[in-house]
Design a protein around this ligand. Structure first.
Ligand SMILES: [Mn+2]
Length: 331
């Protein structure tokens, strides 16, 4: 059964707001930033004071700096402690706000707009649709409910989240292409947005990629024969690369035909036994007739995410990390 989306309630709160803080998740991607900037553009035009921020890293990822509305982004320390309305975009839990989670207490009301299945509904108003392909597509629905026109600047922000969260329109559903068409019809350059966000790496990325891919191993028997492929991004192998450059490795690892589950273990440079782990799965007909839900696996290991893309943080040696994942996969 689908829960009501609460769009009308969210619109009423946004319309009545005297000031708004929009928070994106830590290590922001184009979906959270695109959603945040689109909302900031709309609020600013209506004369509502708005700040956009994310707890870390210190700078907006280079690939997102050409998006409209970046002038509304402020450093975490400059985010007001008290605000009329706080909106969290693309965040499955308050923890995804990082150090800025403390701003929730200083807001008169909070709206959570998100599409993660593991969403904890931590807002006073929750617009959560796990069926949505991106948070930016929920933003489009919100603007329609609000009767806000989507111009080319807002469209560019929304398209950024749509093209990245659908993996360049691989993971789509009825309505995805209709939204893309509507956004493109405003005159935005879809090819350039996609290239800037996804096909633009420093030259050093190529050698980093070769070093990380050299660690790849296949465990054909994992999860009852579904198969796991994994690779390690050791700190010394990825130095000088931004976290988004390292994050992109999983998109190559997961193409192994012999495994429907992929993992990349990314080593912390400050705490070498700490690893952030990206998980991906693809559809595979299991004996039970279902696909692998990596959000469930990640949740068991203290993280969260979507059915096909999730993540968690773990501690130990590389062998410990693989063993813990294999154990969780066989549960
Ligand atoms: Mn998203």
């Amino acid at each position: 059964m689908r829960e009501p989306l609460g769009l009308a309630t969210a619109v009423a709160a946004l319309q009545a707001a005297r000031s708004v803080t929009v928070l994106c998740h830590v290590q922001p991607d184009a979906d959270t930033i695109g959603s945040g900037l689109a909302l900031a553009l709309v609020l600013h035009r209506r004369g509502i004071p708005v700040q956009v921020s994310f707890a870390e890293p210190a700078e907006l990822p280079a690939s997102m700096r050409s998006l409209p509305g970046t002038g509304h982004v402020v450093a975490p320390a400059d985010v007001r402690t008290e605000v009329d309305l706080l909106v969290a975009v693309d965040c499955g839990s308050a923890g995804r706000l990082g150090a800025l989670a403390d701003r929730l207490a200083g807001a008169n009301s909070t709206i959570v707009i998100d599409h993660h299945r593991s969403n904890t509904r931590f807002g006073s108003i929750n617009v959560v649709d796990p069926g949505a392909e991106s948070t930016t597509s929920l933003m489009a629905q919100l603007f329609d409910e609000w009767d806000v026109p989507i111009d080319c600047d807002v469209a560019q922000c929304l398209y950024a989240g749509l093209v990245t969260d659908t993996g360049s329109f691989r993971w789509v559903r009825p309505g995805t292409h209709a939204l893309a068409e509507r956004l493109l019809a405003t005159g935005i350059d879809g090819a350039e947005i996609a290239r800037t966000l996804m096909d633009c790496h420093p030259f050093g990325w190529l050698s980093m990629l070769s070093r990380v891919l050299a660690t790849a191993r296949l465990v054909p028997g994992a999860h009852d024969g579904v198969g796991l492929v994994y690779a390690f991004a050791y700190c010394n192998e990825v130095q000088g690369m931004s976290s988004e450059e390292v994050d992109s490795v999983i998109d190559i690892v997961r193409t192994s035909a012999e495994a429907a589950i992929a993992a990349v273990f990314k080593q912390s440079c400050t705490t070498p036994d700490r690893w952030t782990v990206s998980l991906r799965s693809r559809y595979v007909a299991l004996h039970a007739g279902d696909s692998v839900d990596v959000a469930e696996v990640a949740t068991m290991l203290g993280g969260g995410g979507h059915r096909f893309a999730a993540g968690y943080t773990g501690y130990g040696t590389p062998d410990d990390m693989v063993a813990a994942l294999l154990t969780a996969l066989d549960m």
